[in-house]
Design a protein around this ligand. Sequence first.
Ligand code: DX5
Ligand code: ZN
Length: 223
Amino acid sequence: MIIAPSLLAANLGKLESEIKRITRAGADWIHLDIMDGHFVQNLSFGPDFLKMIKQHTHLPCDVHLMCSKPEILLPHFIKAGADNITVHAELGERAIDLIKSIHTEKRSAGISINPPTPFAVVEPFLDIVDLFLVMSVNPGYGGQSFIEGTVEKIGLADKWRKQREKKLHLEVDGGINFETVKECARMGADTIVSGTTIFHSRCYRRAIERMRNNAIQAAMRTV
Ligand code: DX5
Ligand code: ZN
C-alpha cells in the first residue's frame, strides 16, 4: 500500500523542512499537483519546484499534470526528475502521444479522470499505462470533501486489471482521510494520495501509519 502525501497541503512557507519531515515520516512517494489555471481554476508549481524537491528527498515524485497543454511542460518535468507523470484522459487522443513520450524517457506513465468522467473514457488507455488515478474530488484545490460515487471506478479498474492480470497502480486522490481511505482500499486502491489529512496532523509519522494500516486492514477484509 503506497502512501503519497500531496505537497499541495504542506506549509509552503517552510517547504524544505516539510519535504524532509514527510520523508522521515515514512511516506512512500511524494505527490505533486501541477495546475495551469486553465484545465483547473488554480495555479500551483513549476518544474523548478520539482528540482528543489529532489534535492531534499530520495522518494519517488509522482507528478499529476492537471494541465490543458501538458506537452509544453512534459520535457521540463522529466528533466527535473519526475518518476511518474500522470495526464488526464479528458485530453482525448492527445493523451496517447503524451504517454508514449513519457515512456520514451523511461518514466512511469499514469492516466487520470475527473469525477464526472465515466470509466469507459479511460478504459482504452489502461493497457498502455502503469497507473490509473481516480480523482475523488473535482481537481483544483486540496481540502475538499470526498465524492462517494467515484469509488465505483476503482472497483471497475480493479476488475479490469484482474481479468487481464495487468500490473497497474490504482491511485485515488482527493478528500482521502482515515475513513474514506477504507472504502477506496476495499475497492482495490493501492496508492493513496492524501494532503490535508496528513499535513494537518501534528505527527506526520502517526498519520501515515494510520492511513496505511486503515487501508491494509480494509483491503484484507475483502479477501
Ligand atoms: C485536487 C488535488 C487534491 C490534493 C489532495 O486538485 O489533487 O486532491 O492532491 O488534497 P486533499 O487530500 O487535501 O483532499
Ligand atoms: Zn493530484
